[in-house]
Design a protein around this ligand. Sequence first.
Ligand code: F3S
Length: 749
Amino acid sequence: MPITVAKHAGFCMGVQQAVDRTLAAAGEAKSASLSCFTLGELIHNPAVVSRLEEQGIKAVSTPEEARGALLILRSHGVSPDAEAQARASAARLIDCTCPFVRHLHRAVSEYSRDGAPVILIGDAKHPEVIGTSGWCHGQVFVLSSEEEIDALPQEAGQALAVAQTTFPPEAFGRLSRRLLQRFPGVQVKSTICSATAQRQQEAAELAASSDIMIVVGGRNSANTLKLYETCRRHCENTYLVESAADLPPHIKVNSQQRIGVTAGASTPDWSLKEVIDSMTDMERMDQALEPQNEQVQETPLAPEAQAQEAPAAAEAQVPETTQAPEAQAQTEEAHRPASSFMDEVAANMTRIRNGQTVTGKVVQVTDDEVCVNIGYKSDGLIKRSDLVDENVQVGDDIEVEIVKVNDGEGNVILSQRNIVNRKVWAEITRKFEAGEFVDAVGKEAVKGGLLASIEGVRAFVPASQLSQRYVEKIGQFVGQNMKLKIIELDDAKKRVVASRKEVVAAEAAQKKAEAWARLQQGEVVKGIVRRFAAFGAFVDLGGVDGLIHITDLSWNRNVQPQDVLKIGSEIDVKILSLDPERERIQLGYKQLQPRPWDNVEEKYPVGSVVTRKVVRIRPFGAFVEMEPGVDGLIHISQVALTRVNKVEDVLTPGQEVTVKILAVDPEAKRISLSIREAMEENLMEAPAEIPGEGDDFAVNFEDEINSYTDGSIGAETGVAAAFKKAAEAAAARGDEVSEAIQSAHTEEN
Ligand code: F3S
């Protein structure tokens, strides 16, 4: 096609927003019976200004003129003083300052807070530059040429250099370089709006590849004039037109000419369309005529045929409306290009709708929002809260969702978060349908349950679904990562109800199955002691519990689980038996402990004397605990030096006794003990501790013998008599007492 329209032509985002808000405000003003004014012409386009006037919206040059009325501040913005005056005068103020201009205001205001100078590159008479100067707290140098840079005073060396948002980027680059050459300390910050930069670049490229370039826009618009200048540099046949009526009559719209069309940021769509429609008509007219001319030239007709064709050719030049409807349709069909010019225009402009996902390029990042070029006539805005990637940079390609094509103020509202949420929701729905678990984190304990977040989507977990057991403190799950199973999902209300209990149950079942597959009878495994019962202890083997019966806890008899084990401790157990059908696992603990009867002969050699406690009394004797699991028996005949009728007469349970080991039988698990022999031995050995004590010994020994024979213990025995006799003899001879006693003892036996 011969005509190409620049992708970014017509209203920019800032202007579109200002126009839309103004039209909406006019309606409000009307219903509130207020007059409506704009402070200066809303945009530099006479056609738009006159249309606004038709709606009763007039431009005033000072705020005082709008006293008591609704006043609109245009996209160029104003100084803080002018804004204050406007607020004081107007009944209502609507601020349509473009976000890019607001960003520029913030930049100069912050930098100059302490009085630092600002260099503002732009047109000193432009309202935006005048307004921006008012936001500077120190000296402002406005310039637009290299000569003005050369004339700057030395104080400018510490300045921040910024640009009018619509200043040509190429010129800003050139002036910045010159500035830095002269003042290396100057900070340069590009504040040119992306719409301007993009429009200029596109226009330059389009002009370079066109034979004719049409720039549509107001002649008093700085933006349009700069666009014209740029195009003119690349295409000498560049025309600036305000409307279709300005189209040069000599231009020919046909396949021989490549025509480029662009429009300034203050040019409305309908103005651009009017120019394009007009050119389309010219194109059709040319095409309607061309084929017949060619046919006449290429295929000379016979005279009769010529005579027949002549009226037809003449008909082609009369207005189409004079043709019969069928003939008209045939003519249009025959001469319509494969795709009409307006189709091409439509193809060049991205169509968008709410909810659509598009990929755009980040063109501006400010503290509050990110501006994205989505190929639409206006760039879109993402608020920080709707941004997922906080580190987004100018030039990044990002996927965004169109939240609103027009928010009522002319802005295209975008969201990155909506896309993520939509993807997450789709994934949650898939997992819900597949019965899969989702990862979540507990966020807040609320009445009746817990609010959890599944990748940013809120889910409610009822208290009864938190655990298999009753949960007393729901707050314990706040901040905790957990897996959940979605049990209810309402797509329309975006409501999710989930269960942790089902996850716990499913995981437990899986662990149990794995444990049953893993455990083998006879093997030794580790387990955690979980709870005690009267009949034993339960041990968690990792998914399944086993029981240590009380008889398998210890070699010792009569022990309780708590005597042997501690809740929560890890122990080794032996798997004694597995019963998958009844789901019972019998474990042994004592089986892994040393048997107390092992090496008992070495531990308790016959003839040795030990002191232990009496643990049980029986009619035939008393049992003494040698060590846990090993008891010895003192037969009734061995419990005293004298004969006793009942064991209880001389011994009680818990009493400590000194016994001599008479015999050890590990096979029969028997140890025979004797108090009597231990006593005798003691008696025999005692004097040896004081050898050669002579008479004193005899007297002492006699006292001792008497203590056994004085009737308080029992009748004098043959042994005692023998001891006494031996002692007397020894005393008379002066022998070693122990030997005498030993010989007496031997004699007695
Ligand atoms: Fe704003 Fe840029 Fe338009 S500064 S008004 S978006 S040309």
